[in-house]
Design a protein around this ligand. Structure first.
Ligand code: FES
Length: 548
């Protein structure tokens, strides 16, 4: 007998003679590594979804790992039979959009004005020579999310995108949301989180079809925790009331003029030009980070007369409401449920994820799967559809309880393995939704407006791009606005980062804009808990009475 080992959907009969890394190599799977299986780089991590008990005990180089994560080069099959299923942190491209949609400006409509310029064979950053070369001048815009990392390689002279890539943030071994990452980083000083991620960046950048040394500038956006971890700042204070980044504290003490950060390529441990500038866009306040700031640039809020809202649904949902005259922003700790985390059969929006669910007249499920391959799990947009359809057909009530006292609904079965939804999954989703809805009510009531006053409601982010609007309205994830007011804009954070990379003027606009934003602190809003309880129910989000 042998153990059946399934890595990234490929199976093999395994014994204890080889490590999981060796088996993965044999299956043609590209496992990230910089140390050639020495247990040093910490990059070869796999997440074990079944059969953790059938594996060897944790080796010394793996002591930093929590939950079901293992280093594949240190892990062996220890049982005589059974099934082990695991996947690497880079299961292929996450679903990313090459462009944003429905925005008032695009990369082509503002004047190209990059900080990196050419004067003959001299390459300059802000007028200071950093290299002599006639080669290309390139830059990278990066959205460093809690769950997903997106990189976009851009020609700084033409403004054209050359390539892009994305991967799951390998820091997941330190927890799936920001508060656990902060706790992990505090418990494990030694910068383990950043060290693992740096290896992934290096592989991603080296795979771009260019000489990495021709990359002279990088603009990094992300929530306050992700950004500060990247710049190796202490994130402890972001986890403690009043939840402020060290840069925000220093600015309030007059020690710095901006919350933006900057360091060299060499200091960033990236394979780009050593004198390249790596610029961390300014954060707004608290958990409202540089990603939300970049969204404001992408929707051109500095020049917007109309009243608009931006909602970027994610592990941390960002909310921005306002126009050029007044802006309010908030961050809702929604957790990873809508990105497939903490859900029994949840997975990111990768090939094999159920992305759309319909219940036919005979009660059967009609599923659409990303990549047209057999389903492996269900991603956020599929979960929204599933909840909406269960609600529509009366198989779930608005409190999230399944009819007939059942605890589990099976969506499909593939090779004897069920993909299902548990009532406890619905509970997780209800809480994530409750946080988002409470954030919406709190921000709108603080602004003194109603949902109907909004002229454009941007749904930002990859998740917002792919969710079904009617399903989202039915379960009460987005407000019941006229559909023509809702714009599924895609990844506005990477769009904003790209604009800041291509234009010094726009970057300055961003620096000025963040200082004008009022931070709506949800934790201190008097009605937050009431809004949250209401928001946990699966019913349309109706306008609330005006607060002023
Ligand atoms: S390959 Fe580097 S730690 Fe496993």
């Amino acid at each position: 007998m042998a153990v059946t080992l399934t890595i990234n959907g490929h199976s093999i009969e395994a014994t204890g003679n080889q490590s999981l890394f060796d088996y993965a190599e044999g299956l043609g799977i590209d496992v990230p590594t910089s140390c050639r299986k020495q247990g040093k780089c910490k990059e070869c991590m796999v997440e074990v979804v079944e059969g953790m008990d059938a594996l060897s005990v944790l080796a010394e180089p793996e002591r930093h790992l929590k939950g079901n994560f293992r280093l594949s080069c240190q892990t062996f099959v220890a049982a005589a039979e059974g099934h082990v299923r695991c996947h690497t942190m880079r299961r292929g491209h996450m679903r990313i959009e090459r462009h944003a949609f429905g925005l008032p400006i695009s990369n082509r409509e503002f004047r190209l004005d990059p900080a990196v310029t050419r004067d003959g064979n001299r390459i300059l950053i802000d007028g200071v020579e950093v290299e002599r070369s006639t080669g290309p001048i390139l830059g990278i815009a990066m959205d460093l999310g809690t769950t997903t990392v997106v990189l976009r390689l851009v020609d700084l002279e033409s403004g054209e995108m050359i390539a892009d890539t994305s991967f799951e943030n390998p820091q997941r071994f330190g927890g799936s949301e920001v508060m656990s990452r902060i706790a992990y980083d505090t418990e494990h000083p030694g910068r383990l989180l950043m060290r693992t991620l740096a290896g992934y960046f290096t592989h991603a950048i080296e795979k771009f079809p260019v000489d990495p040394k021709t990359i002279y500038e990088m603009v990094v956006v992300g929530n306050s925790t992700m950004r500060d971890l990247f710049f190796r700042q202490s994130v402890y204070s972001i986890g403690q009331n009043p939840y402020q980044s060290i840069t925000e504290i220093e600015m309030s003490e007059g020690k710095r003029a901006t919350t933006s950060l900057s360091q060299s390529g060499l200091h960033s441990l990236l394979p780009i030009h050593p004198k390249a500038r790596v610029y961390g866009a300014p954060i707004i306040s608290g958990h409202v980070g540089a990603d939300a700031a970049a969204c404001m640039l992408a929707v051109d809020l500095a020049h917007e007369e109309r009243l608009v809202a931006v909602m970027d649904i994610g592990t941390n949902t960002e909310l921005i409401v306002g126009n050029k005259h007044r802006i309010l922003a908030a961050s809702c700790p929604a957790g990873p449920a809508f990105e497939g985390g903490a859900i029994a059969c949840g997975m990111p929006a990768l090939d094999g994820a159920i992305e759309s669910v319909e219940i036919a007249g005979d009660g059967s499920f009609r599923l659409r799967v990303i990549g047209g391959v057999p389903p492996e799990g269900i991603c956020g947009s599929g979960l929204i559809d599933a909840l909406s359809e269960l609600l529509r057909t009366g198989r779930m009530n608005d409190m999230g309880r399944f009819s007939d006292d059942i605890q589990r609904i099976t969506l499909c079965s593939v090779e004897g393995k069920d993909i299902f939804l548990l009532e406890s999954d619905v509970n997780e989703l209800a809480q994530a939704k409750g946080a988002n809805v409470a954030g919406l009510h709190a921000v709108f009531s603080s602004y003194g407006i109603d949902f109907d006053d909004i002229e454009v409601f941007y749904l930002a982010g990859g998740f917002g791009r792919h969710l079904n609007i009617e399903s989202s309205k039915r379960i009460g994830l987005v407000p019941s606005l006229a559909s023509e007011k809702i714009v599924q804009a895609g990844n506005t954070a990477i769009e904003g980062a790209t604009i800041a990379l291509l234009s010094k003027t726009k970057r300055q606009e961003l620096e000025d804009l963040v200082k004008r934003v009022e931070h709506c602190r949800l934790e201190t809003h008097p009605s937050f808990f009431e809004f949250f309880v209401e928001g946990c129910q699966f019913k349309p989000v109706e306008p609330i009475p005006c607060a002023s």
